[in-house]
Design a protein around this ligand. Structure first.
Ligand SMILES: *[C@@H]1O[C@H](CO)[C@@H](O)[C@H](O)[C@H]1NC(C)=O
Ligand SMILES: *[C@@H]1O[C@H](CO)[C@@H](O)[C@H](O)[C@H]1NC(C)=O
Ligand SMILES: *[C@@H]1O[C@H](CO)[C@@H](O)[C@H](O)[C@H]1NC(C)=O
Ligand SMILES: *[C@@H]1O[C@H](CO)[C@@H](O)[C@H](O)[C@H]1NC(C)=O
Ligand SMILES: *[C@@H]1O[C@H](CO)[C@@H](O)[C@H](O)[C@H]1NC(C)=O
Ligand SMILES: *[C@@H]1O[C@H](CO)[C@@H](O)[C@H](O)[C@H]1NC(C)=O
Ligand SMILES: *[C@@H]1O[C@H](CO)[C@@H](O)[C@H](O)[C@H]1NC(C)=O
Ligand SMILES: *[C@@H]1O[C@H](CO)[C@@H](O)[C@H](O)[C@H]1NC(C)=O
Ligand SMILES: *[C@@H]1O[C@H](CO)[C@@H](O)[C@H](O)[C@H]1NC(C)=O
Length: 399
């Protein structure tokens, strides 16, 4: 009898051993459909491979035990899953993919710090994250179409791609990231998103759309383009920004924007586009010297202050419904500071790009236009704003 118990105990111990053996802990993909499936992985300290939560998973699923998943953690189309948790997982080497989880309302990962890629889409019942350890490292982050009102729990040190869009309830997002090396896109997250990048110094392409405030106190260089479209804010300030090196700077259709403050901005690799900002009555870029593309400002503003221009490789289109003084700009055109097509006028119909030749009834005009500028005008009228930011970069050069 005693001996038999010993044997059972030995079997139990060896059972634990086999659970942490290579076969369980390092399979290409471990599939979890139930609490029992999750328990089978509990003794693996590292799962060498990916974990797939199957569509049958329902209720609460706790994947505690493993500290690391070297591959992906994928949870898709599990329509009855309400809670996903892990007290132990600190690192997911691959993607942490959540997609189409219609009633998932709790995501609690109390040790999670490092993720290769966050990709979360269609999470209509998830209001917040329970990430007390805070995710501070991810190469790419895509969060789209969720019910999240806060992203507290994600505070990145570095990231290549950050794309936050269509999260209608999102109210604030602040992250300490210093460099965003490939792309920053924030778009269509409802009407009350306050965005803050207190430590962001260097970024590649940046597009900010539909936000109600933005804070960029440290931004020094954008290596790509920087565009602000359809935002609700009244001002944009980038006090440390010196260059937008290889793309355009664009402010388009920000109806309340009244103040653009970029006092140190010296170089723009592409064009400088300002259009359809109905509240913008004054424009000043006190340090702007070199523009690789065109300067294209249209709206209802007083004579823009551009005292430092030394080299505008593209064209110059300045059209305002308020009376502006073009004499200084005309001199810059004459002296070759402005190299491309030149238009500067006060007109009731201020449009971006140069208007097609002869068709304008401008009051005080000194303008010229060419086939090239007409091409710009047609393209600028295409409604794709994503296209526009590209146009700002490429066709702007032709103007
Ligand atoms: C989302 O998941 C449900 C199951 O919960 C499935 O019926 C539906 O087809 C999925 N939707 C998409 C777009 O995959
Ligand atoms: C940010 O990028 C710059 C330029 O590539 C680099 O010199 C710097 O070390 C980076 N900083 C961090 C925190 O990665
Ligand atoms: C920025 O966007 C432009 C145009 O889409 C692209 O050519 C360029 O490679 C991007 N830059 C980076 C660093 O991704
Ligand atoms: C973004 O802003 C534009 C212009 O104000 C508006 O038409 C559009 O509906 C907004 N989108 C969202 C998702 O808020
Ligand atoms: C602005 O740039 C200066 C000089 O590089 C630096 O000393 C300062 O800390 C920066 N300000 C912020 C808020 O990052
Ligand atoms: C800026 O981007 C260009 C390509 O768009 C790239 O060649 C260059 O190395 C980037 N500069 C830095 C500092 O990353
Ligand atoms: C524009 O914003 C800057 C920085 O926030 C501020 O110093 C300046 O006074 C503002 N200008 C106007 C006209 O409001
Ligand atoms: C332009 O701005 C001035 C001053 O703010 C205003 O009086 C005028 O009505 C505006 N014109 C148009 C066409 O919006
Ligand atoms: C400005 O708005 C007008 C009218 O909606 C549109 O035709 C034009 O394309 C817009 N300009 C830009 C640069 O988006």
């Amino acid at each position: 009898m005693f001996a038999r118990n010993l044997i059972l105990a030995a079997v139990a111990v060896s059972g634990v051993h086999s659970a942490s053996s290579a076969s369980v802990c390092s399979q290409a993909t471990a599939t979890i459909n139930s609490a029992a499936d999750a328990t089978a992985l509990a003794s693996c300290s590292t799962i060498s491979g990916s974990v797939l939560v199957g569509t049958a998973a329902a209720g609460t699923l706790d994947i505690s035990g493993p500290k690391q998943i070297t591959g992906d953690l994928i949870v898709e189309n599990a329509g009855e899953l309400t809670t996903l948790s892990s007290s132990s997982i600190g690192t997911i080497g691959g993607s942490f993919l959540l997609n189409n989880l219609t009633i998932l309302s709790t995501l609690s990962m109390s040790s999670l710090v490092t993720v290769g890629k966050i990709s979360w889409t269609a999470l209509p019942a998830l209001p917040s994250l329970t990430f007390p350890a805070t995710v501070s490292s991810a190469k790419s982050v895509l969060i789209t179409n969720t019910f999240l009102s806060t992203l507290d729990g994600i505070n990145l040190m570095t990231v290549d791609t950050l794309d936050i869009n269509n999260n209608n309830r999102l109210k604030t997002f602040s992250t300490q990231v210093a460099n965003i090396t490939a792309l920053l896109n924030v778009d269509s997250n409802g009407q009350n998103l306050d965005l803050a990048f207190p430590n962001l110094i260097w970024a590649a392409n940046m597009t900010i759309r539909n936000v109600s405030s933005i804070s960029l106190p440290s931004l020094a260089t954008v290596n790509g383009s920087l565009g602000f479209y359809e935002n609700y804010f009244t001002s944009v300030s980038a006090p440390n920004l010196t260059s937008v090196t290889s793309g355009s700077l664009a402010f388009v259709a920000n109806p309340s924007l009244a103040n653009i403050s970029m006092p140190l901005l010296k170089t723009i690799g592409g064009g400088d586009l300002i259009a359809n900002n109905s509240g913008l009555d004054a424009i000043s870029f006190p340090a702007l010297s070199t523009v690789g593309g065109a300067i294209d400002f249209s709206g209802n503003f007083t004579t823009p202050t551009l005292p430092g221009l030394t080299d505008v490789k593209g064209g110059f289109n300045m059209q305002s419904t308020t009376s502006i003084d073009c004499t200084g700009f005309q001199k810059e055109k004459n002296s070759g500071v402005i190299q491309g097509t030149y238009t500067c006028k006060t007109t009731a119909d201020a449009t971006s790009g140069t208007s097609s030749s002869g068709s304008s009834t401008s009051s005080s005009a000194s303008s010229s236009s060419t086939a090239k500028s007409a091409a710009f005008h047609i393209s600028a009228n295409s409604q794709s704003v994503i296209g526009l930011s590209v146009i700002g970069g490429f066709l702007g050069m032709l103007l």
